[in-house]
Each structure stands twice: as C-alpha cells, then as structure tokens.
Design a protein around this ligand. Sequence first.
Ligand code: ADP
Length: 420
Amino acid sequence: MTPRLGSAQDTGPDVTTPAGGGGEGRQRPREEARPVALAELMSTVPLGMAIIDPELRFVEVSEAMAAMNGVPREAHLGRPMEEVLGAAPSGRDVIRRVRRVLETGEPLEGVEIIHREQGGGVERSRVYRASYHPVRRDGQVVAACIYVEDMTERRRVEAQRDAGAARERAVREQALRETQEAVRARDEFLSVAAHELRTPLTSLRLHLQLLQRQVNTSQPALAEELVPRAQVLERQLSRLGNLVNTLLDVSRLAAGKLSLEPREMDLALLVRQMAEAFSEEFHRAGSELSLHVDGPLMGTWDPLRVEQVLVNLLSNAAKYGAGRPVEVSLVGDGRTAVLAVKDHGIGISEDGMARLFGKFERAVSERHYGGLGLGLYITRQIVEAMGGSITVRSAQGQGSTFILRLPTQPQTARLAQASR
Ligand code: ADP
C-alpha cells in the first residue's frame, strides 16, 4: 500500500488535514490547549507551502501558495498537480522536481522560478525561490513538501540598489576622467606657456645688455645714472626667468622628463658661492646669514640641480625668515652630505607641513607672500631623483629648519661598489 498522508493515525493529534477527518470521535482537548491544525496553519502562514502525496496530488496548500498559483486553496486539495497547475512550463518543472524528490528522497534547495504574467497588455514577471523536501515516515518518503518564497520585491530592491551603485560608479569614473583630463590640459598648458615665455624673455635680456653697452660707450655719465634702474630690470628679468624655469620643470616632471647630469663636484664650495650670491637678498630682508661649512665636501651630483635646490631653500629662508638670523650648515660623513637651512621666521602650521612638498601647495596666503607653491615640490623631486631626502622641522611662529640629505655617490654606483 502506498503510504498516504492525512489520516488521523498518521498525522497524530497535533496536525490534522482537511480531507482526512482526523479528530472526529476523539475527545476534544480543552479549547485553549487545542494544538494548531494543519489547515489553520495553511490558511494563515504567509509562506508558499504545499504538501504533495506520492501520486502527485495536493494534500495541503497554504493560502499564500494558492494565491501564487491563482487557484483557490480548496480547489487544490486532493487534486493532481497537473490539473491544478495546468500545462504552463513552470508548472511542468515543479511537477518534475516533486517527482524527483519523491523518487530519490533528496531535497532540492533554492530553485529559482520566473513566472511571467500577462495583464493589461503588459508582461510582468515574478521571481520565486522554491525548495523541495521529502517528508519521511519510518524512513520511507511519504510526501514532498514545497516551500516557495516570493522574491520579486527583494530582487526589485536589489536590482535598484545595483543600478544605483552602478550609476554612482559611473558618475565617479566620469568625474575621475574629467579631473585627469583637466590635470593633463593644465600640464600641457604649463609646458606650452613656459616655452612661449622663454623666447621674449631671452630677447628682453639681450636687448637690455645691448642698451647698457651702447649707453656705456656713448654716454658714460648717463650710464652711471642708469645703473640702479638697470639693476632693477636685471633682477626682475631674472625673477621672471626663474618663474618660467619653474613652470618648465613642473611640466617636465609631469611628463617624467626631468633629467640629471651628475658629475664630481664640491658641495661646500657651491654652498659658499650661493650664500655669497644671496647676501644681497638676505640684506634686503634684514636677516643675517651665518654659514657653518668646513673644507671641501666632494660627491657626484648634478650641480645645476643642486644649485636650484639651494636657491629654493635660501630664498624661502629670506622670504619667510621675518628678518631674523638664518643659519646654514653642511656636514658629511663620506657617504651622505647633510645640509640644514634654519630660520627663525614665521614657521609652518601642522596642516601646512603635511602639504608643503605638494604641487601648488602653500602654507601662507598669496596676498602676503608671492610665489607659485612649486619650489619645494620641485626640490623634493630633484632630491629624491638623486637618492636623497628632504625633511622639515617647524612650528607656527617658531621658525623652520629644512634638512637635506644627499648620498655622495649616485645610488647605482654605490650598489656597484658594494658588490665589488
Ligand atoms: P612658494 O614659496 O613659491 O610659495 P614653495 O614650494 O617654495 O613655494 O613653498 C611652499 C610653501 O611652504 C610656502 O608657500 C610657504 O607657505 C611654506 N614655506 C616654505 N619655506 C618656508 C619657511 N622657511 N618658513 C615658513 N614657511 C615656509
């Protein structure tokens, strides 16, 4: 005999089926202690549930499942699945899976079913997730139970969230592309502008020199009178030249084209020469410059680039030194040269220190101190390209000390020596 589900003996006192009539003639338990009947559960549980007997008939079905099938609950009970579900492909799939569970006794978990509905000329689809479990009695499979969850709303929310995330990602990517493009356009502009500015600058310098020579020979008295003006012109031209060179360096750095031409040189000598060249600027700023530099300090560096670094550090010390003394010291241990430029000026805030060596970064307002905010950026790039480092110790109003460490030999040469 095929085991049947739903008889009074089978289900026991706590679960009854509508067709089985279990419980008649039996003493009813007290009302408040009466266990929940299967039929009661099925008519209230908000989950799609069905129990199918081995002949593929509906033994029980929840109201929620009946609603999903579009057939009243009562019209399911005791009827073959094929009749209730009709010939729709999704119905056939469900029957096939139930048959498999009944035959193999193996559950099938989380099977997704997409159900297309026509209504008002619009096709809507609903997504269900079904699990099929065998129901056993004494080790024998006596029924299959189907649990179905309506996933439509959850999937719609997930799809909306995914679409939102994709939109956000697209907006972020677009913003990044636009920023990169703006940076590229700026670097290209800098490069073109710097090259274009060099030509008239060179011509201006040449004409100034010619003018000075002509006045010197034809009207020496006037030449004498014009000396201060000529000096101002030279100074301004040289400032302009430095600004243009700075712009050129930035565009070279952006293009990765900053090149070094290292050769054997005496850093102590260069530091003394630069201090001499800056004496007038320190004098104008009201700062006294003291130098602590001993003997020659030999190393392999690009002299023009080291000079550029010194120009930046010394001109900053004069500019931000608040007219107080500035000390420059240089020491070396044969492997590394350490240069310190110490001022007692306006100092740098903590926030400023974090940004100092960045491109176009300034720690003070340009209304009070002119400058492009590029000097320390270029300095750091040059120093690091030489295998060295630059650090700063400072506090607002307490002055600043910039410390430069440069290996005396280029990194690769040192490695080659070490492996010898
Ligand atoms: P610039 O001087 O052209 O603005 P720099 O890159 O040389 O650009 O310097 C960046 C910023 O660092 C300056 O704007 C200034 O705020 C700060 N700074 C540099 N050197 C000093 C210093 N010696 N004392 C105080 N602040 C300094």
